[in-house]
Design a protein around this ligand. Sequence first.
Ligand code: GDP
Ligand code: MG
Length: 439
Amino acid sequence: LSERLSQAMKNITGQGKLTEKNMNDMLKEVRMSLLEADVNYGVVKDFVARVKEKALGQEVMESLNPSQMVVKIVRDELQELLGSSDTELTLNPDGLTTVMMAGLQGTGKTTASGKIARYAKQKLKKKVLLVAADVVRPAAIDQLQTLGQQVGVDVFTLGPDVTAVETARQGLDYARENGHDLVIFDTAGRLHVDQALMDELRQMEELIHPDNILLTVDAMTGQDIVNVAKSFDDQLDITGLVVTKMDGDARGGGLLSVRSITSVPVVFVSGGEKMEDLEQFHPDRMADRILGMGDVVSLIEQAQDRLDMEVGRQSADRMMNGIFTFNDMLAQFGQLEKMGSMQGILKMIPGLNKMAAQVNDEAMNSVMKRNRAIIQSMTPFERENPSCLKASRKQRIAKGSGVKVQDVNKLIQQLNQMQQMTKLMSGGSNMNAMMNAMS
Ligand code: GDP
Ligand code: MG
């Protein structure tokens, strides 16, 4: 999925100019790659329709970089599909937080119990208790005990002869008596969703009133995730999903469909059998990963949010005509300030992040402030016609902005350098522009 999508995105950004044709090509490619990844047909249809609708909005068509905007729209919609924000474990502020696991056999409940125990212990600094409430298979108790030992948390079990519900009840008491503040109940699963399984889980739900009921679903089962999640959510109050076996050759379709169809958020994804193979799920990062774009997207986003496009385009036009005056310089300062720290910008550009350390934002800002004051002390005529700046004008400007005449001279020098550059850029042959700039 990722490869095909990111290729489609690269194709369209490479084209610079957005046309109806290359946008349709791109959308077709997006549609195909989602279907190929086994994303639910209805979800794909809605997705493509939404992207198209947004992309055809006037905003996008008139902007500086239309194709980049389309990439951003695809990316935003992808994130929306995966969930608009992160979902965390719900922690009980009064002390004991409870987590009940649910899921079909073999989807990774017991493994996930161990992983979440480790996560809660290390990241949330909780005193964790694992409760072995899967008494269907004796081996499940041993498995949980081994995992508990591995991650260094207590495991509560009454053996295979006591019912799951009774084990859960006593496990909860044990946690209260022994100062645990997060309890995870591992439960039994069956090969198919059936009433006996649901009844047991519902009994347990009524008894524990869990803060979290996490459903494990196997990424390898593709769209089937959606059906399983639906049937569990009908009977239990599922608070979140743990999508397991993301390390297999899953095509991602289940992950992409499940949120919009069931509205149950993904909380964790697991990509391996080891206890550390568990990640909190971040829809935005997953969207970026699927598109293979990294931080470049957030850079586009920031630039868009903060730059005044119109100003940018006007001064670009002027520069192409070899014009660069104090007004253009002032506009540039404004743009730079809106972008925020220069260091921050450099860090996000692949290949330039090493330069970030060499930039001193504070020094740059104070120079910029002083230069801005100088320009603001000029009359409109002076700003557009820098060559008129002789001694008496310079003295007045220096006084007005509280700097030395040398500082004014320095800034005029800078402007001259910029003017030379813009003239080179415009080919130096544009007499009109030169006349305008010099008169
Ligand atoms: P349960 O029946 O739901 O408790 O499932 P288990 O936790 O016993 O897991 C079933 C099998 O899947 C075990 O062999 C696990 O090691 C394996 N497993 C669980 N999660 C993952 C995962 O994220 N990736 C891989 N590759 N294997 C996993
Ligand atoms: Mg198990």
